[in-house]
Design a protein around this ligand. Structure first.
Ligand code: FES
Ligand SMILES: [Fe+2]
Length: 389
């Protein structure tokens, strides 16, 4: 591990269950996180297979502060490239999504194929003798398709993906159809939360029935399911039998919250650094997050169905998707306000936050309960180490 940067504000931080406010507000900490976490040994989701259904489909995404292009180059082949021209660094495309077999840089018209190989260069005859197009491709990232999601990493040392997620792999798989059902993209919702990315990811099961009025009104969860925190960076996941709604008279039209078909479980996953994968009965979403500096976090909610859904179930999922578990969904709408209020309070000097619930029975946080916060602490143990603090 590298030595800590000299000018970080944290000198004596000993307890990974008590987190100094400065870790959520400081610019130098944020810069070091980019280097050691976002460009470090992590698998970052860059696309769902369902977002790029046909060969030559592409999308763009930003990991850390680095813009990427993700292309489907074959039936089961993808490329993940830094969206920066090898000539003078211009972003090759600013589109969110599209279809293209090649990309031409707008500045001097260098043209690349969708694997990132440089193909055409205007004025090449006046370049130095030793110029070789093969040395001027777009920078490719290591990438792997796993559970219908394409994951990429900047770091050669990132471990194999099963090892990276450890025991949490099971609940990720459960949230994405169990490995048998193909996912279908319904659409997106994008939001910027006014908080540090770690505040967004500190969100826990403890608050669910206490903050969220709708959880109580709709009897939305039991709270006693096992929560596993595993993988070297402390991802966490819970996969559990979920109660179906019965009409209790609170809603004029309760059909929105009913469950169709034979789905009986929920799976909630927090994947480090900034990914959340959630399936609650019929509602499925995949949340790509990224920091916008120390005090803002952008999250792309990606709503999903299954490709083999009958038409009525598809409609039902569309209706539920943003309305239930979106950033303004009625069982999760209060979260954004809590994130912002946490961040505002973090201006106070010398403050810290505390994780407590569940540590009594699970001091290492590895196996706790759905409504505990002990499962958030393995991540902080790892964070302390990877940041050299
Ligand atoms: S910067 Fe892309 S062609 Fe010059
Ligand atoms: Fe919440």
């Amino acid at each position: 591990m590298n030595a800590p940067s000299r000018d970080l504000p944290i000198r004596a931080w000993t307890d990974h269950t008590r987190i100094p406010y400065a870790l959520y507000t400081d610019e130098a900490i944020y810069r070091q996180e980019l280097e050691r976490i976002f460009y470090g040994p992590f698998w970052q989701p860059v696309a769902l297979e369902a977002e790029l259904p046909a060969v030559n489909d592409y999308k763009t995404i930003v990991v850390g502060e680095t813009p990427l292009i993700v292309t489907r180059t074959g039936a089961d082949e993808f490329a993940v490239m830094v969206n920066a021209c090898a000539h003078r660094g211009v972003q090759i495309t600013t589109e969110f999504k599209g279809t293209a077999s090649d990309f031409s840089c707008p500045y001097h018209a260098w043209a690349y194929d969708n694997c990132g190989n440089l193909r055409k260069v205007p004025g090449e005859e006046r370049f130095p003798e030793n110029f070789d197009k093969r040395h001027y491709g777009l920078r490719r990232l290591r990438a792997v398709l796993w559970n219908q999601v394409l994951w990429a990493t900047f770091d050669d040392a990132t471990p194999p993906i099963d090892e990276f997620f450890g025991e949490v792999a099971d609940s990720i798989r459960a949230a994405l159809g169990g490995g048998e059902r193909r996912l279908k993209l319904l659409g997106y919702q994008k939001i910027i939360f006014n908080c540090n990315w770690k505040v967004y990811m500190d969100n826990d099961g403890y608050h669910a029935g206490l903050l969220h009025t709708a959880f109580r009104m709709l009897n939305y969860q039991g709270g006693t399911a096992p929560l596993v925190a595993d993988g070297f960076a402390g991802h966490w996941g819970a996969h559990y039998g979920a109660q179906r709604m019965v009409d209790n008279g609170y809603l004029a039209d309760p059909t929105l919250v009913f469950t169709e078909g034979d789905e009986k479980t929920a799976a909630v996953n927090l994947l480090r650094p900034v990914t959340q994968v959630v399936k609650h009965l019929n509602a499925i979403n995949f949340r790509f997050g990224r920091p916008l500096g120390p005090d803002k976090t952008e999250v792309h909610y990606t709503y999903l169905a299954f490709a083999d859904d009958p038409p009525e179930l598809l409609q039902h999922r569309i209706r539920q998707s943003a309305n239930l578990l979106g950033p303004s969904g009625f069982v999760s709408i209060e979260d954004g306000s809590m994130f912002e209020r946490v961040q505002k309070a973090m201006g106070a000097p010398g403050g810290e936050i505390n994780f407590l619930k569940g540590l009594k029975d699970s001091p290492d946080g590895h196996r706790s309960l759905q409504n505990d916060e002990a499962g958030n602490t393995p991540w902080w143990r790892y964070y302390k180490q990877v940041m050299g603090l």
